[in-house]
Design a protein around this ligand. Structure first.
Ligand SMILES: Cc1cc2nc3c(=O)[nH]c(=O)nc-3n(C[C@H](O)[C@H](O)[C@H](O)COP(=O)(O)OP(=O)(O)OC[C@H]3O[C@@H](n4cnc5c(N)ncnc54)[C@H](O)[C@@H]3O)c2cc1C
Ligand SMILES: *[C@@H]1O[C@H](CO)[C@@H](O)[C@H](O)[C@H]1NC(C)=O
Ligand SMILES: *[C@@H]1O[C@H](CO)[C@@H](O)[C@H](O)[C@H]1NC(C)=O
Ligand SMILES: *[C@@H]1O[C@H](CO)[C@@H](O)[C@H](O)[C@H]1NC(C)=O
Ligand SMILES: *[C@@H]1O[C@H](CO)[C@@H](O)[C@H](O)[C@H]1NC(C)=O
Ligand SMILES: *[C@@H]1O[C@H](CO)[C@@H](O)[C@H](O)[C@H]1NC(C)=O
Length: 500
């Protein structure tokens, strides 16, 4: 039978799934035809397998129809233009940098094209300007390693392999936040590929609204192809991991509570409090990542932690590269992250750890995996952070509207067996709901949700407040009239999905 184009389109409309797969193949060949030949990889290649396997959490490793791996902003522009123009915008696509998000579909797509920025991963130090030009596919460890010989660093991820691209458009909490605000507050210029393929620079002078919106607004405006980040002079820190028995919990919480309220007195100190259960050893410990971003051992600001008797410690003088090699959380697991923010009170801190302990018992009762971990991580989120953001021109996180010193909770579970997906997701969701309910009861609640730690079922953009939601919506419309990044790029947190 001779299939005419009319008949073919009729057949395709009858079989929507076949039609969709067929169309996506057309998108892939269009990329090859438009100057990206050799940069488009298919499931039959090792480059494809490697790209899929390089997502941190196994549960987010989808299988796109093809993956395009641009080498330059021009390549990204060509890819976006092609995908937008082909078949009247029917080519759905995803954008991925380091691939560290833990929920499926944020940075990847099944029936569609993934733009994988990992080949764009260089870091260049601009001594005169006092900036580092970092490409989105870089991992923070390579950034620190490149900058170390110049005795400078930048505020970035605290685990070496964490990606740059998504981190910087979601905020970015760092060892240096108490000194310089969030990582995004230190971006002096974003080079961005817009929905129409245009490459623009967004900074204080040029496209200032886009510049501000990208500091927290994530994948709603375009694809960032270069970040110029202000460098920090000096790269020696005192830091490491201190492990304590679970029985020190109340001392830790008292120390943490005080630390959060006193950060404004010493901007060099940083504390990440981790309550960690590991099935392999069946132990529940407290691990403090203590960092002082100046070469001073046992500073007064960390005294309340260092005076608690520990089991082991790795505190030392080291640079960012060295310290961020230590805080690597293993890939190759299935993972879930849920997050909330609360008023810094002892009762809220206590309840956080109590719920952690309860969830461990619940997991033990029905888990199938033999290798699993449950972490509840407490991090300071004081008003000081937002003050630094304001000094640097502001972002869209909306934190300046809060008067309380806050702490943030990250519920972070990892497991091996797919059969436990529902169990751990439900436990994490329950833990957060329980904590939220308690917070409301005692007046310890706060609506802010940190985008970079949020699960796909959470609504971080909404938590930025009405003013910022309106602003993000307006900037998204202005730079992407057709809403390409709302519908054709379905992954990530979308302003069009915010109900306010
Ligand atoms: C082990 C681990 C450690 C972490 N440590 C920290 C930490 O210390 N501090 C902290 O604040 N957070 C931390 N995070 C969270 C981290 O900030 C997020 O996972 C972040 O998304 C990582 O960036 P990425 O490049 O890997 O993002 P991806 O997962 O690749 O992308 C995330 C989102 O951003 C979009 N995106 C990606 N690249 C671009 C781009 N170039 N332009 C526009 N949009 C883009 C994607 O479409 C996606 O929606 C950690 C996460 C993990 C798993
Ligand atoms: C891999 O698949 C693509 C798309 O189907 C095809 O064009 C290409 O020829 C295949 N390559 C090899 C080596 O089989
Ligand atoms: C950039 O990525 C390539 C390809 O994965 C890798 O070989 C190279 O080491 C990376 N460069 C840096 C600076 O990380
Ligand atoms: C940790 O300590 C708390 C009390 O502080 C206790 O209730 C809990 O059972 C302990 N957990 C483990 C696994 O030891
Ligand atoms: C950990 O405990 C050891 C042994 O008591 C002590 O010497 C060390 O100072 C402690 N380290 C920290 C960082 O508190
Ligand atoms: C970090 O520094 C310590 C010494 O202070 C050294 O033993 C270790 O090998 C270094 N690690 C890395 C990854 O450089």
């Amino acid at each position: 039978m001779h299939i005419t184009p009319v008949l073919a389109s009729l057949l395709l409309s009858i079989l929507p799934e076949v039609a969709s797969a067929k169309r996506t193949e057309t998108c892939c060949s269009a990329l090859e035809a438009n100057g990206l030949h050799g940069k488009v990889v298919y499931p039959n290649s090792s480059a494809y397998t490697e790209s899929v396997g390089s997502y941190w959490a196994e549960n987010v490793q989808l299988e796109p129809t093809c993956i395009v791996q641009p080498r330059s902003a021009k390549d990204v522009s060509r890819a976006v233009s092609t995908l937008v123009d082909t078949d009247a915008g029917a080519c759905k696509f995803a954008v991925r940098s380091g691939g560290h998000t833990t929920w499926a579909g944020a940075n990847d797509i099944s029936d569609g094209v993934t733009i994988d920025l990992s080949m764009m991963n260089s870091t260049v130090y601009n001594k005169q300007a006092g900036t580092a030009s970092i490409l989105p596919g870089a991992r923070w460890q390579s950034v620190y390693k490149t900058l170390a010989p110049y005795d400078v660093t930048v505020p970035g991820g605290r685990g070496g392999p964490v990606g740059v691209g998504g981190f910087l458009v979601g905020g970015g909490n760092t060892f240096h936040t108490a000194r310089v605000g969030f990582a995004c507050d230190n971006v002096e210029n974003f080079e961005v590929v817009l929905a129409n393929g245009e490459i623009v620079n967004a900074n204080k002078e040029s496209h200032p609204d886009l510049y501000k919106a990208l500091k927290g607004g994530s994948i709603n405006f375009g694809i960032v192809t270069k970040y110029d980040l202000k460098t920090i002079d000096q790269d020696k820190l005192w830091g490491g991991l201190v492990i304590y028995p679970n029985s020190t919990t109340s001392q830790q919480l008292a120390a943490g509570h005080k630390f959060i309220n006193n950060i404004h007195k010493d901007h060099y100190a940083s504390w990440i409090g981790m309550w960690e259960y590991a099935s392999k050893t069946d132990t529940n410990v407290v691990a403090n990542a203590l960092e002082y971003t100046s070469p001073v051992a046992f500073p007064a600001a960390l005294k309340d932690f260092t005076s608690i008797p520990n089991t082991t410690d790795t505190m030392r003088f080291a640079n960012m590269y060295n310290l961020t090699q230590e805080l690597v959380q293993a890939s190759g697991y299935r993972d879930t992250f849920f997050t909330g923010t609360f008023v810094n009170t002892i009762e809220m801190l206590k309840r956080t750890v109590e719920i952690h302990n309860e969830k461990i018992e619940e997991a033990k009762a029905s888990v199938k995996s033999t290798d699993w971990t449950m972490d509840t991580i407490i991090q300071p989120w004081p008003t000081l952070f937002a003050e630094h953001s304001q000094e640097r021109g502001g972002n869209v996180l909306g934190l300046e509207r809060f008067d309380d010193n806050l702490f943030q909770v990250l519920i972070d579970y990892s497991w091996k067996d797919e059969a436990d997906d529902a169990l751990f997701n439900n436990l994490a969701n329950d833990a957060l709901e329980k904590l939220n309910a308690y917070a409301k009861l005692v007046g310890g609640d706060n609506e802010y949700i940190y985008l970079n730690y949020a699960d796909g079922t959470q609504d971080p953009l909404s938590s930025y407040g009405h003013k910022n939601v309106d602003f993000i919506r307006r900037v998204a419309k202005e730079y992407d009239h057709a809403g390409v990044f709302q519908t054709q790029v379905p992954g990530g947190f979308k302003i069009s999905q915010v109900d306010q």
